[in-house]
Write a protein that binds this ligand. Structure first.
Ligand SMILES: [Zn+2]
Length: 480
């Protein structure tokens, strides 16, 4: 029985999707104004692990992960500059230009989007079914805002449209920031003619401090641009329908972002908007919070320059339970690298084992069962990996395997590889990690009968200097 901790109910629950065997899942994607740091990736890795485990468990998963390219303002609040436009202005200023154009902003967004996706590939994240951009889903946002206005949940001010938190009784249920608590807290100055300090922007008009906002669209309320929260409500609805099974994100998304998503979606459509909320605890840098302002963030290329594969980082992050606050250290990364190597060497040894006719060894179906139980218990990856090491020890005690025994080892290895996505024995023979990643993506494409994508990946491998052949035993790679 598969169980997850639900941030909304604050307890572990059996997972039951709305439609048998199918999972609709939404993950808040990156805001493309800079290269994400490794802490940001830990939450995307958790979503990837969830998707993989659901697929290993036989579910068909439709994952939507958006790209936020407009409307996310600095400080995650309703005022201040748009993060992407701020970066475009910084670059223009460096080039001695005062004004920025539509093309400048789009160029910044697309550049960081491409870099983000390249990083995802290095970390071997599965490609989502849809990767909508906020700037290309504006109509759906306007439609939801109109519904909210008509139903009395939103109101217009001089500078935009706001959601009235007092109109939604369940506001605060996810985060615990209910209105009585917010009222009792620090006196928040009511700005922008809001009725309640916690009211949040659905739409910002291009007036006042936003009169120079470059990305703008016509709307029933004049030219403007969307608020950050409405984007995810609209993109999720556009690609997954009004109700979804799983919504994930980092713990810093719980408030205000996800709290506001629930309010918007449930006041304009059916409830519950989301059956299961899963959040990743943040990663600290040693004993400090990892943050750009503290100057202690690492990017994926920093990790590579330190001599580690992105897949070592993947293993490091996934080996710690997602609700444990991991304190990143280089020692921890080094240990992860060694552990990953050990597991790969073991897998490689079993891959090339020839079975003997009789053996005193025994099948490891119990290990498989315990691994599954651990993963089913809210993705207990440390316990699951302990089973992997236990199976390794068993093997090294008796390396004579008969056919049954070998079959059970191979079955276990297949499950471990699919679940964790970072064990490729061939890498031991000097095939770069990024090539292994392409190979795995191609295997998935072939399995999904997506031959167009499989061919594209073959070409990409060829461009990188590797020829791939499809054989009875899977893909075979040779250097060209
Ligand atoms: Zn979001």
């Amino acid at each position: 029985m598969l169980r997850f901790y639900n941030t909304f109910t604050k307890k572990e629950e059996e997972f039951v999707p709305a439609e048998k065997g199918k999972v609709r899942m939404y993950t808040c994607g990156p805001t493309v104004y800079g290269r994400p740091h490794i802490g940001n990736y830990s939450s995307f890795l958790m979503a990837d692990l969830i998707q993989r485990w659901l697929e290993v468990s036989g579910y068909e998963v439709t994952l939507v992960k958006n790209i936020t390219d407009v409307g996310h303002l600095v400080a995650d609040a309703d005022s201040g500059e748009d993060k992407v436009e701020k970066e475009a202005r910084r670059i223009a200023a460096e080039q001695g230009r005062k004004e920025i154009t539509h093309e400048d902003v789009i160029a910044v967004a697309r550049q960081y989007e491409a870099q983000y996706i390249a990083d995802e590939h290095l970390l071997n994240l599965r490609e989502p079914a849809h990767r909508p951009r906020a700037s290309e889903t504006i109509e759906g946002m306007i439609a939801i805002i109109q519904k909210l206005v008509e139903a009395g949940h939103a109101y217009e001010t001089d500078d935009g449209l706001y959601f009235s938190v007092e109109s939604f009784a369940d506001y605060g249920k996810l985060s615990g920031n209910t209105l009585d608590k917010l009222d009792a807290g620090a006196r928040v100055e009511v700005k922008e003619h809001k009725k309640h300090p916690a009211d949040f922007a659905l739409w910002k008009k291009c007036v006042g401090s936003n009169s120079h906002h470059v990305l703008r669209w016509p709307s029933p309320w004049g030219e403007g641009f969307p608020g950050w929260h409405i984007e995810c409500s609209a993109m999720s609805q556009a690609f997954l329908g009004p109700q979804i099974d799983i919504h994930t994100g980092g713990e810093d998304n719980i408030f205000p972002h996800h709290e506001c998503e629930i309010a918007q979606s449930e006041c304009s459509g059916p409830a519950p908007f989301v059956r299961l909320w899963i959040h990743k605890r943040r990663i600290d840098m040693g004993s400090q919070k990892m943050s750009k302002s503290l100057g202690n963030v690492l990017s994926l290329s920093d990790i590579q320059e330190m001599g580690y594969s992105p897949l070592d980082l993947r293993y490091y992050f996934l080996s710690v339970h997602y609700r444990t606050q991991l304190k990143f250290t280089e020692k921890g990364l080094e240990d992860a690298k060694k552990a990953r190597r050990k597991i790969m060497e073991w897998m490689s040894a079993i891959d090339s084992t020839v079975p003997v006719s009789s053996s005193s060894g025994h099948a490891i179906s119990e290990s498989i069962q315990h691994f599954n139980d651990a993963m089913n218990a809210d993705l207990n990856t440390p316990a699951a990996l302990a089973e992997v090491f236990a199976a390794m020890n068993l093997y090294y005690q008796n390396m004579q395997l008969d056919t049954d025994c070998l079959t059970s080892y191979l079955e276990f290895i297949k499950i471990i590889r699919q679940t964790f996505g970072c064990f490729y024995p061939e890498e031991v023979q000097d095939i770069p990690a990024e090539i292994q990643v392409l190979l795995e993506q191609r295997e998935t494409a072939r399995k999904d009968k997506n031959f167009e994508e499989a061919d594209r990946l073959r070409e990409e491998l060829e461009q990188q200097g590797f020829e791939v052949r499809d054989t009875d035993k899977g893909q075979k790679l040779t250097r060209m």
